[in-house]
Design a protein around this ligand. Structure first.
Ligand code: NAD
Length: 399
């Protein structure tokens, strides 16, 4: 059984200091980030501009027991005041957990002010903004992480490594699905906070469901298969009358090695919760992984009994160093969603620490989604939207 090795943060003789934008009272994902960073120690939340409403930002700061002086009215004030603190006391990085329309301006300002950034997905509102942010990241020489949670699961890393090591042979077909049912009614009209902005093009971007969860499926498919989506033929739908963005997508995919695939992302599938799952079919075998049962990878060979690989066993770590590193507790004790966030944070913050210690981050440390994944995600959204709306059905994904 493998347990976490030495924490790089320990070598700094201090915790990394984190700030947060978003994640105010009643928000969803900010609290998940806060839970995840507590999991391994080494990261301390010290500052925030938690809500679009300054009064609620202060309320959140009180609930979190933060120093009042470091709970800010706006992210702009946060940058100004944090820069006045000595290095080592000021935040080392900020996590951006606001709705999509704020990701770009906030990430850009922090990067240009010399802070590392962890940003929620989808990265920006458009591919153009995404490419601009890519330039900002490169110029800043700061560490940028993108919270595509699902690549943080140990068994996803195992699946990726099995394919990398050629266990399935050449990949011929990838099927990925992300159905949910929570937007099967127009709950945005009755003030449901998370539904309201997700269905508003000014806050969500050109994609609704395809940006919200389709990008997770796209990122998972490319990460696990090691392939790139080359072109897409999309059937995008809005089932709820009056809704301004898509709530259902059925996409055919062509990959760069000639493999074919399917991606289905929908928020009107009653009964489905977070049924993200992937099947990869190779010339010699196949594998599958299901987010709602994340501790198992199923591997099939022709005319062979199904193999069930179970998280936490030494044979998993022996096959995949990344999976071993992302595992905290022994086999049979389930790990899941919050651990996946913690794993993305671990690699992101170990990379920051490596930089602070003037050494090159290792390949394992660098295994977290970055700005290039964000550009792919935005190119994916725009390609699906173009194909879904246009007369030309096969559209090239250009990133
Ligand atoms: P939410 O509506 O629950 O919370 C958003 C919070 O951001 C609120 O507290 C709001 O007041 C605050 N906010 C908005 N603008 C702000 C600003 N300018 N400054 C400070 N605070 C501001 O939204 P959510 O569901 O938590 O989603 C937030 C982001 O996280 C979205 O981009 C979403 O796509 C992403 N998300 C990612 C995952 C994942 O698995 N990685 C899951 C859910 C959501």
């Amino acid at each position: 059984m493998s347990i976490k090795g030495e924490k790089v943060a320990a070598k700094l003789n201090r915790n990394l200091k984190m700030g947060m934008v978003g994640g105010g009272p009643g928000a969803f994902i900010g609290e998940v980030h806060r839970k995840a960073i507590r999991m391994d120690g080494g990261i301390e939340l010290v500052a925030g501009a938690f809500d679009i409403n300054p009064r609620k930002s202060k309320q959140m700061g009180r609930e979190l027991n933060l120093d009042r002086k470091r709970v800010y009215n706006t992210y702009v004030e946060m940058i100004e005041k944090e820069l006045q603190l000595p290095v080592g006391e000021r935040i080392d990085f900020v996590s951006v957990t606001t709705p999509n329309n704020w990701h770009y301006p906030i990430a850009k300002e922090f990067l240009e002010s010399g802070f590392n950034v962890m940003c929620e997905k989808p990265m920006t509102m458009s591919l153009k903004e995404a490419k601009q942010l890519q330039q900002v990241v490169r110029k800043s020489r700061k560490v940028f992480g993108l919270m595509h949670t699902y690549t943080g699961y140990p068994m996803v890393k195992l699946a990726r490594d099995m394919i990398r090591q050629g266990d399935l042979g050449k990949v011929m077909k990838v099927v990925v699905q992300y159905p949910q049912g929570w937007l099967a009614r127009p709950i945005e009209r009755s003030g449901q906070l998370q539904a309201a902005w997700r269905t508003d093009p000014k806050q969500s971007g050109a994609g609704g469901c395809i940006g919200d969860i389709g990008t997770h499926a796209e990122n998972l498919a490319e990460y696990v298969s090691g392939l790139k989506i080359r072109e897409i033929c999309a059937d995008s739908n809005t089932y709820i009358k009056g809704r301004r963005l898509d709530d259902d997508n059925n996409c055919l995919l062509h990959f760069n090695n000639g493999a074919k695939g399917l991606l289905h992302a929908s928020q009107i599938c009653i009964g489905q919760e977070n049924s993200l799952a992937i099947w990869v079919y190779g010339e010699n075998g196949s594998l599958e992984w299901h987010q709602e049962h994340p501790n198992y990878v199923y591997v099939e060979g022709l005319n062979e009994p199904t193999q069930v690989w179970k998280r936490g066993n030494d044979y998993v770590a022996a096959k995949s160093a990344g999976a071993g590193r992302a595992t905290r507790v022994p086999a049979g004790h389930p790990e899941g969603y919050i651990e996946a966030f913690a794993n993305v944070y671990r690699n992101f913050t170990d990379t920051i620490c490596a930089r602070l210690l003037h050494r090159k981050p290792t390949e394992l440390e660098l295994d977290f989604p970055n700005v290039d994944d964000g550009v792919r995600g935005m190119a994916f959204i725009e390609t699906v939207v173009a194909s879904g709306k246009g007369r030309q059905k096969w559209v090239k994904l250009k990133s």
